[in-house]
Design a protein around this ligand. Structure first.
Ligand code: KG4
Ligand code: ZN
Length: 338
């Protein structure tokens, strides 16, 4: 008789998405429900933590019910409940952690705490059955920019990180400066399609220390200076050209660092992850760089790039296999280290 699959109910609430999913055996997504609060926060030009917490409280039960329903399961069919416990906003994280603990207790299920960034990387397993560690991963999100060596399942080594702004943060701030609104990433991506990426030469950030580290605040300042100068001279800024040129500067730096790491570590596989992995220029740039280097390139579909709970269920499966469970003292850790 075939062994039955391991089903994990996963919860994600670290920022402004209330999400729940059911994942079987760490690759098969039986359901993936995301309630996005973006419209709510767009009014304020960014995520308002207190509003996010309140909305998570309101939405978390319906989102979990919908995930179980879509998977045609009940809690009795689950083998574990998993939750993101950091990094992220403390209030939003606490909502998910408290919910997961309550479900684990009530249904007698083991509890698994998941690192949000591990989740982003693990999103790659969902649609790429051939992907197995070791591989390199570039995680680019609103809060994080990490170049990571995935040694084996559940074992990560950070080889480069941003010294200041995250890549997504730079997209959001530049978008705001040119009046594109929030969230800026997708809007810059769209505007850039109509612009000329070599119209404006922006500086490439240099950082001391680790050659794999990133810095985006200098680039952001260069963009803001460019806009100020143009305004002082009474010149009109071409938003599309500016978006395309800024985006190219970000993509170039990310790609160069990834290629450097691929060469130095002799990697055969490179996996992109995080919200900014949806960026069309970044996907194209990384794909062609990997082709030139003879390296396989992986990237999740956009729905698994942005914050979601399916990726948390995938990461949790490998914790489950290793027997790494949490107890009821599990707490939110806003600045959880990799
Ligand atoms: O991973 P994510 O959903 O949340 C965090 O964990 O931070 O990433 C959100 C970030 C935002 O900064 C958003 O502007 C950016 O991802 N983003 C993009 C694109 N889609 C989302 N950035 C550039 N191009 C995109 N197409
Ligand atoms: Zn994220």
């Amino acid at each position: 008789m075939a062994m039955s699959k391991t089903r994990i109910l996963a919860i994600e609430s670290s920022c402004d998405e209330t999400a729940a999913a059911v994942v079987a055996d760490g690759r098969e997504v039986l359901s993936n429900i995301i309630y996005s609060q973006i419209d709510l926060h767009a009014l304020f030009g960014g995520v308002v933590p207190e509003i996010a917490s309140r909305k998570h409280i309101e939405k978390i039960n319906p989102v979990i019910s919908a995930a179980l329903e879509q998977a045609e399961c009940t809690l009795h069919d689950m083998d574990a409940v998993a939750v993101t416990y950091g990094p992220g906003l403390v209030g939003p994280l606490l909502v998910g952690v408290a919910e997961a603990k309550a479900i684990a207790f009530a249904a007698g299920l083991p509890l698994i705490g998941v690192h949000h960034i591990h989740g982003h990387i693990c999103a790659n397993y969902i649609e790429h059955p051939d992907l197995e560690p070791p591989f390199l991963s570039l995680v680019v999100s609103g809060g994080h920019t990490h170049l990571v060596k995935v040694r084996e399942h559940g074992v990560y080594e950070v080889i480069g990180r941003t010294r200041d702004d995250a890549a997504g943060e730079a997209f959001d701030k530049v978008a705001r400066a040119i009046g594109l609104g929030y969230p800026g990433g997708p809007k810059i991506d769209e505007a850039a399609r109509r612009g000329n990426s070599s119209a404006i030469e922006f500086p490439k950030a240099k950082v001391g220390g680790s050659e794999y580290d990133f810095s985006f605040s200098g680039l952001k300042s260069a963009v803001l200076n460019y806009i100020n100068h143009a305004e002082m001279k009474g010149e009109q800024v071409d938003r599309n050209d500016l978006a395309a040129s800024f985006q190219k500067a970000v993509v170039d730096v990310l790609t160069e660092h990834a290629v450097m790491a691929v060469r130095q570590y002799g990697a055969h596989d490179l996996a992109l992850a995080g919200g900014v992995a949806s960026n069309s220029a970044l996907r194209a740039g990384m794909a062609s760089a990997c082709e030139r280097e003879g390296v396989r390139f992986y990237c999740p579909s956009p729905v698994y790039c942005t914050d979601n709970a399916a990726m948390i269920g995938v990461a949790a499966y490998h914790e489950y296999l290793k027997g790494r469970f949490a107890d009821y003292t599990l707490n939110a850790v806003p600045n959880l280290a990799m």
